[in-house]
Design a protein around this ligand. Structure first.
Ligand code: FBP
Length: 552
């Protein structure tokens, strides 16, 4: 395979470990902290996790390594969507494992959790690992979205673990995958299998964070990648002065990615789903808010602008989520077939009109026809509308256009509105990890092995103090059960890691809220440029604005 010059250069990059892990394996000891309890529903979580609940937080520090030097055979999986840095988690894990004992073995199970069930694996070697150091992607072993959650799956995993003599499994995933890691750890402990389970916090969405986990890996690189391109678009907009750009960014439901990109690029508009829900904003309110900015800028002669739209926005609009719920009901069971058999859109519209409440019908009628059709075309395997496939950036720009037409007719608005649309998501998930993500991920993997070596199970690899230089990072582990509460999922009460939405009282949102009225009217764009891998630390090692504001 021909390598790009950057790829070759990145192979040589030496990720920075937290100071306390830098003295070699023989100089890492454990400092035991406080006993933990779950963030809520303590009694219920304790009852569900009798073997793994209530354990102590731990940190590593410099001192004599007292761990048992037994041979370790570790299995690792990547779970869910790609996030820059995943390869380095595996590299860090491998390096710590081999530095501890060269006979230790690392097996990478392929294609996500299903690799563990199907016993599809590859044994990691120096040569194989070296060809993935500091690179983006999850192609080292692949990923998948199969959930590891049933008793039957756990029995199969136990058999696979027995066959290979696995002493531990590392699950690199988001909130759901780490919830499952905790359940698997409990199962393994309850059945005396001797298999430890350790999680690592991954997702570009940034919604796996809490008082213990400061950031999920991949968020830094993905948001920098999107911000680079948003900045470029801003500069183009400011040069040509003729388009309004509506840019949807990934992040499934939480708006952390949109908010971080806004802090980096200072666009005219950035919608935050959590605020839309808190203020119970309607589609009309959103259209008016953006139209106000378009109008004010047009009055200054600026018929251009940039609006960032988070991927999950429409689910946060109360009237829209009600409409979706009604559509899901309407098409439940045999009605879907009846609907699909209708030959033309007019008869489908009639069917829809009969099935929706007056309120939802009003919202439906507001939507452009392409969105109305998208709502009925795409269903997920459970029969639900796939909101992520709705082109919300186009929906919102068309509602703004309608609003501006009305204002024009009243003589209030005299500008020109030419919208363009973009969606940034997959572009950022496999970028070469920034130095921050390369360092953070390598440290998470290295640290995960130290947790295994010291016999911990049901823990999340934790590296904190991330707003400071890597030398000052703190490495350790936190019982996953500490992050759990009980939530209603698919009609059942389930123990889950609480998803972190944007905190409207948090520093990143408050900073944005202070500035946005100015940004809406003025051209205050900032151009972050491409991620830099080589050069001064003040340019190459800086992390996100979100992290910096949260940990000032
Ligand atoms: P994870 O939560 O698994 O990390 O995935 C996040 C994400 O990238 C979302 O931002 C996006 O909505 C989704 O995955 C897309 O999923 P897919 O890769 O299956 O299309």
């Amino acid at each position: 395979m021909k390598l790009s010059p950057l790829q070759e250069a990145r192979y040589e990059y030496k990720p920075k470990l937290p100071g306390m892990l830098r003295n070699g394996i023989s100089e890492i000891c454990v400092k035991t902290g406080e006993k933990t309890k779950s963030v809520a529903d303590q009694e219920k979580i304790a009852a569900l996790f009798p073997n793994t609940y209530g354990k102590c937080e731990i940190t590593f520090e410099k001192g004599k390594n007292t761990s048992d030097n037994k041979k370790q055979v570790v299995g690792v999986i990547l779970s869910g969507g790609q996030a820059p840095g995943g390869h380095n988690v595996i590299c860090g894990l491998y390096d710590a494992l081999k530095a501890t004992n060269k006979d230790n073995v690392l097996l990478g199970f392929k294609g996500g959790p299903s690799g563990l069930i199907e016993d599809d694996y590859i044994e990691m070697t120096d040569q194989y690992i070296d060809s993935y150091r500091n690179t983006g992607g999850f192609d080292i072993i692949g990923s998948g979205r199969t959930k590891l959650e049933t008793e039957e799956q756990f029995e199969i995993v136990t058999e696979v673990a027995k066959k290979h003599g696995l002493t531990a499994i590392v699950i690199i995933g988001g909130d759901d995958s780490n919830t499952n890691a905790a359940v698997l750890a409990e199962y393994m402990a309850a059945h005396n299998t001797g298999v430890q389970v350790i999680g690592c916090p991954k997702t570009i969405d940034g919604d796996l964070k809490n008082e213990d986990i400061e950031a999920s890996f991949g968020f830094d690189t993905a948001t920098k990648t999107y911000s680079e391109v948003i900045g470029n678009i801003e500069r183009d907009a400011n040069s040509a002065k003729k388009y309004w750009h509506f840019i949807k960014v990934m992040g499934r439901s939480a708006s952390h990615v949109a908010l971080e990109c806004a802090l980096e690029t200072q666009p005219n508009i950035c919608l935050i789903g959590e605020e839309v829900a808190a203020k119970k904003m309607s589609l009309e309110d959103i259209a008016n808010q953006i139209a106000d900015s378009v109008e004010a800028r047009a009055n200054n002669g600026d018929n251009f602008g940039v609006a960032i739209i988070p991927e999950g926005i429409i689910e946060f609009v109360p009237e829209f989520s009600k409409l979706i719920a009604e559509i899901n009901e309407l098409l439940a069971g045999e009605s879907a077939e009846e609907f699909n058999n209708l030959v033309d859109w007019a008869s489908k519209e009639h069917f829809i009109e009969r099935g929706l409440s007056d309120k939802s019908m009003k919202v439906f009628a507001l939507l452009p026809e392409f969105v109305q059709k998208q709502l009925f075309l795409e269903r997920d395997p459970h029969g639900n509308v796939q909101v992520s496939l709705i082109e919300s950036e186009k929906l919102i720009s068309s509602l703004v256009a309608d609003t501006l037409d009305v204002r024009k007719a009243k003589g209030k608005y005299k500008g020109k509105f030419s919208p363009l649309h973009h969606f940034f998501g997959y572009e950022g998930r496999c970028a070469f990890p920034s130095n921050f993500d390369a360092d953070y991920c390598y440290s998470l993997g290295y640290n995960a092995f130290m947790l295994i070596q010291y016999g911990y199970t049901g823990y999340l690899s934790k590296v904190s103090n991330l707003a400071k230089p890597a030398e000052e990072w703190i490495a350790g582990g936190m019982p996953i059960t500490k992050m759990m509460n009980i939530e209603r999922r698919n009609g059942e009460d389930k123990p889950v890691i609480r998803k972190a939405l944007v905190d409207l009282d948090g520093a990143p949102f408050r900073y944005f809220a202070q500035k946005r009225d100015t940004w809406a009217v003025e051209t205050a764009y900032t151009y972050p440029g491409a991620i830099q891998y080589y050069g001064p630390s003040s340019v190459c090692d800086i992390t996100t604005r979100t992290l910096a504001l949260e940990h000032k």
